[in-house]
Design a protein around this ligand. Structure first.
Ligand code: UDP
Length: 341
């Protein structure tokens, strides 16, 4: 029998790409989203790519009754939880809003999983490593105290999952995937990142500068102790990242986990500086970007990249798309949504 995967936050950037990969891998997918931070662009894109009208629940995961009702109505074999606020700066300004939303929604998922029995995949982040002492970071690298309420919610939710698995081993198994920097869009250009307002993240800011919505990209800091003075990150293609979820779901559902709770880094293992990323974007898309160097941004770490070897060994997953392809896809998506030929 086909297994059913619930994707909370399935109308968003990562959730929509994961939904497509799950459908292509043969899973039944149920999407749930409160649409608080997106419109239906990606839902329509998912429909077009998969040719399927997937069950969709418009609901808020902070509503415990609604979550319980969904788990009672539908037999869910695994849930992938994306439904959360994600703006670091906003979380500093509005910590209560972030804690209320991100913690409550995940606790409701865990409570339903505890009652009904369900595998849980949590979308965590490399932010839990803070400014690492040693690079690349492995899953054993120490977590550092979070510098924002957003980062703190990622750490706390990891702990909620770990403790729940320990307490209810017959009911819950869990995997946390620690994403590095997800970028790019589906090769169809039908789904991608749609930030509201001024983008905080580098790649949407680049594509919006290229399309003329933003006048100039500020590169935050060129005096870091890195080869070219700009920060280094591990940019992971969104489709590759989505495929990692399929591997993790399969591992849970096929009973392949070696313990009830596992953590995997999802990155490429390759550091790329801001300048390298900008230069690559210009080269592969045949564009010139208007950029300038600006002061460092508060809270940025100098450099972080993954050791993704555990995911390769245990999940059988490895990043595949090149940075060139990924940055082309980011520009194709931007052109698609802006109607640029
Ligand atoms: N960055 C930048 N200009 C921008 C946005 C980001 O120079 O307008 C830099 C930022 O300082 C960091 C890198 O791009 O070094 C990635 O930032 P992003 O916000 O995308 O992800 P983060 O690593 O902070 O989660």
């Amino acid at each position: 029998m086909k297994k059913t995967v619930l994707v909370s936050g399935g109308a968003g950037y990562i959730g929509s790409h994961v939904t497509v990969e799950l459908v292509e891998a043969g899973y039944d997918v149920v999407i749930a989203d409160n649409m608080s931070n997106c419109d239906d662009t990606c839902l329509r894109g998912v429909r077009e790519i998969t040719g399927r009208d997937l069950p969709f629940y418009r609901m808020d995961f902070c509503d415990a009754k609604a979550v319980e009702q969904l788990f009672s109505d539908v037999r869910i074999d695994a849930v992938i939880h994306f439904a959360a606020y994600k703006a670091v700066g906003e979380s500093v300004a509005e910590p209560v809003k972030y804690y209320l939303n991100n913690l409550t929604s995940f606790l409701n998922v865990l409570d339903a999983a505890r009652v009904h029995g369900c595998n849980v995949l949590f979308s965590s982040s490399a932010t839990v490593y803070g400014e690492p002492d040693k690079l690349p970071v492995t899953e054993e690298s120490p977590r550092q105290s979070a510098t924002s309420p957003y980062g703190n919610t990622k750490q706390m939710c990891e702990d909620f999952l770990r403790d729940s698995v320990k307490a209810y081993p017959e009911k819950i198994r869990g995997i946390a995937l620690r994403y590095f920097n997800p970028i790019g869009a589906h090769p169809s250009a039908l789904i991608g990142e749609l930030p509201r307002g001024v983008p905080n993240n580098l790649v949407p800011f680049i594509t919006q500068t290229a399309s003329g919505i933003r006048e100039c990209l500020s590169i935050f800091g060129n005096d870091y102790p890195t080869p070219d003075g700009t920060c280094q990150r591990d940019y992971i293609d969104i489709v590759d990242l989505a495929k990692a979820h399929v591997c993790a779901v399969r591992r849970m559902l096929d009973g392949k986990m070696e313990s009830g709770y596992e953590i995997f880094n999802i990155g490429t293992g390759r550091p790329v500086s801001v300048l390298e990323l900008v230069n690559t974007f210009e080269r592969v898309n045949g564009l010139k970007l208007n950029y300038r160097f600006a002061p460092r941004r508060a809270g940025d770490v100098t450099a972080i990249w993954a050791d993704p070897s555990l995911a390769e060994r245990k999940l059988g997953w490895k990043a595949g798309r090149s940075l060139d392809e990924t940055l082309k896809s980011a520009w194709e998506w931007e052109k698609h949504i802006r109607g640029i030929k």
